[in-house]
Design a protein around this ligand. Structure first.
Ligand code: AMP
Ligand code: MG
Length: 356
């Protein structure tokens, strides 16, 4: 199958492209499209065969449920058994935007879409192209991130093309994703709302709105038998580059000295090391930059938004650089720290050296 890329540029031409994309979705085909979080791989969320096609295109395990994307609040009602007061508050505060809410589902939502669960994840994206596509399709669009399963989520059309070329008919190119991390997921189907996946909307903002909010233990640490994550997708290997990645925590100077020493050691064996660092600490490494050390700047850590925005592109880039090992600084600080570290820990397969 030929995969076409069509650019949404805000001109009158967008309508024609969106209509073509919506037709594909209504026919049971798949279309990758931009959202404010990451690119999604969309299909008709009420059509079991579309959902099966999504799993097949991504190589995603079929017990890993999809998120339904809607463009209007009225579209929610037929999908869910009830709308708890906490959900009303969340939708008033954060929709449209990077927040996914888990509800108890109705029979309208096929089990193929929810990985057999009796709950359904719903989000209303704020990206105008995404909203226009959903409206034009006239159905809720089931869309996981548009990467091949296990790879970092795509934050531009080129990433989608790298992973899904030949597997889907159309990619809508809306430029770089503004946020760059997937949505925050909150489960309101239980008595106490629970964060199943951290994202741009942080714990404090949710607690300010709802009072008590719990956090799935799998969000913060390594999932094991006791802490099997409640969002099935969180248990899978994800984001991981081929090259081994180690996170290094601790004071800036000590950390830089440790990473530079590791790079020197590897250089003795003719190996090249990568270091993912922030703008603030870049000067600590720059004197050593060269054949044996590649610096991968991630932006200013004082601005979590900047780190989040470029993180997945940086992870994708690692495997193209001929590196034998990569070390990354940790980014715990700020409202986005939990979400960034959740993705980084998975990318590093939980390999963390703490020098504190
Ligand atoms: P992605 O679509 O790639 O952003 O991944 C969707 C995430 O939402 C995965 O981690 C899923 O496991 C999670 N998810 C979707 N539906 C549900 C649900 N009904 N209950 C819990 N987690 C869900
Ligand atoms: Mg994903």
């Amino acid at each position: 199958m030929e995969t076409k890329i069509k650019t949404l540029d805000g001109s009158g031409n967008d309508d024609i492209i969106l209509r073509e994309a919506a037709d594909l979705i209504r026919r049971g085909d798949l279309v990758a499209f931009p959202t404010e979080t990451v690119y999604g791989l969309g299909g008709n969320g009420l059509d079991p065969s579309s959902s099966r096609a999504i799993y097949a295109a991504k190589g995603r395990p079929s017990d890993n449920p999809l998120i339904l994307h809607i463009a209007d609040r009225e579209a929610l009602r037929p999908l869910v058994r009830e709308i708890p007061p906490a959900a009303e508050k969340l939708m008033d505060a954060f929709w449209p935007g990077p927040l996914t809410i888990i509800f108890r589902k109705t029979g309208l939502v096929p089990p193929e879409t929810t990985g057999g669960l009796d709950t359904v994840a719903v989000r209303m994206p704020s990206h105008p192209g995404a909203a226009a596509l959903i409206r034009a399709a006239g159905v809720p669009i089931a869309a996981p991130s548009a990467n091949a399963s296990g790879r970092p989520s795509p934050t531009c059309a080129r990433h989608v093309y790298e992973d899904l070329n030949g597997r889907i008919p159309l990619i809508l190119d809306g430029g770089e994703s503004e946020i760059g991390l997937e949505s925050t997921i909150v489960d309101v189907s239980r008595s106490v709302p629970e964060i199943l996946r951290p994202g741009y909307i942080g714990l404090q903002a949710l607690r300010d709105l709802l009072g008590t909010v719990s956090v799935d233990p799998a969000v913060l640490g390594r999932p094991d038998e006791k802490t099997a994550p409640r969002a099935p997708g969180m248990k899978y290997r994800h984001y991981a580059p081929q090259v081994p990645l180690t996170l290094v925590a601790g004071p800036d100077e000590k950390r830089a000295a440790y990473i530079l020493e590791k790079a020197q050691e590897a250089a003795q064996n003719g190996e090249r090391t990568g270091a993912m660092v922030c703008r603030e600490t870049l000067p600590l490494y720059q004197a050593d930059e060269g054949d044996h050390l590649l610096l991968i700047p991630l932006g200013a850590r004082a601005c979590g938004e900047e780190i989040a925005h470029g993180l997945f592109a940086a992870l994708r880039h690692l495997d193209e650089c001929g590196l034998s090992h990569v070390y990354s600084e940790t980014f715990e600080e700020g409202p986005l720290g939990v979400a960034i570290m959740n993705r980084l820990r998975k990318a590093a397969a939980f390999d963390l050296t703490d020098l504190a």
